[in-house]
Ligand binder design. Structure first.
Ligand SMILES: CC(C)(COP(=O)(O)OP(=O)(O)OC[C@H]1O[C@@H](n2cnc3c(N)ncnc32)[C@H](O)[C@@H]1OP(=O)(O)O)[C@@H](O)C(=O)NCCC(=O)NCCS
Length: 257
């Protein structure tokens, strides 16, 4: 069982790291893989409630790889830890399948040192669903959920849920549109839907866009009415009708708010 898992982990690195030349090289040289093997052994002890030996094995692994994975974390199949050094995965983290993490990533608690006795045995680390990619140096903090297929940019600081299929970057992280919108798993013909979108900037841009299209509709309607009046009325009355219409635009526009 454990050998099958390790084989899968090696295959996953080979598939996802363009620098990997052979599976033997991956086996020999990838400290992310070594850290994962140590984790899988330590996690076995943790599940049997041999907590101290599990922690000890985990620390030995950290000494050699620079990757600290708490043995209590739950990690799915085919995780790739590329480069690895400085990566920390906290005790109550949960990681789905086919996840990729680069060096310097933290899956941590928000403020572990504050009132820490109350935080014991509570979920305080993130959950990464399947196919998530987390760039180097990203800090994902708190019991938040990074949805299926989401990407977290290098050096981002994430403290809120990231919906499935989107990219989050920056400090604090906010959702950005991928250049290739099909990457988000869905093609949005007119930009990002605001439903469930946690980014206030995108939400307000979406609101403004709605208001602009309402105003455009109203202008077109009034222009049509002006045109009709101009065609129907004699020349002498046009100026008067135009003035009346302008007043109606101003008053009508004001009432719409
Ligand atoms: C986030 C990332 C995965 C790209 O995701 P993507 O969905 O393909 O996003 P895009 O490349 O289309 O970029 C979308 C926008 O986010 C910006 N962006 C991308 N990565 C960013 C980052 N880390 N920080 C800030 N902004 C970033 C892009 O400039 C672009 O902005 P624009 O629309 O104003 O031009 C990638 O940029 C990244 O950070 N990968 C980490 C890889 C890594 O750690 N490599 C180390 C290997 S040693």
């Amino acid at each position: 069982m454990i050998f099958k898992r390790i084989q899968e982990d090696i295959d996953a690195i080979f598939e996802r790291d363009p620098a990997a030349r052979s599976r033997f090289e991956v086996w020999l040289c990838y400290s992310g893989l070594h850290a994962l093997i140590v984790y899988r052994i330590a996690h076995g002890f943790w599940r049997r409630e041999w907590f101290l030996i599990a922690r000890f094995i985990s620390q030995v692994g950290r000494l050699f790889t620079g990757v600290e994975i708490h043995p209590g974390a739950t990690i799915g199949r085919r995780l790739v830890i590329d480069h690895g050094h400085g990566l920390v995965i906290g005790e109550t983290s949960e990681i789905g399948e086919n996840v990729t993490l680069y060096h310097g990533v933290t899956l941590g608690g928000i403020a572990p040192s504050v009132d820490s006795s109350r935080q014991k045995h509570t979920k305080r680390h993130p959950t990464l669903e399947n196919d998530v990619i987390v760039g180097s140096g990203a800090q994902i903090l708190g019991p938040i959920v990074i949805g299926n297929g989401a990407r977290v940019g290098a050096n981002a600081v994430v403290t809120k849920d990231v919906p499935a299929g989107v990219t989050a970057t920056g400090v604090p992280a906010h959702v950005v549109m991928p250049k290739d919108r099909k990457q988000a798993g869905q093609f949005w013909a007119y930009g990002t839907p605001s439903d469930g979108c946690p980014d206030p900037i995108l939400a307000s841009v979406d609101g403004l866009r709605g208001q602009v299209s309402l105003l455009m509709e109203r202008i077109e309607e009034l222009e049509g009415r002006l045109q009709e009046q101009a065609e129907a009325a004699p020349d002498t009355q046009t100026d008067e009708a135009d003035g009346e219409m302008r007043r109606s635009v101003i008053v009508g526009g004001g009432k719409r708010r």
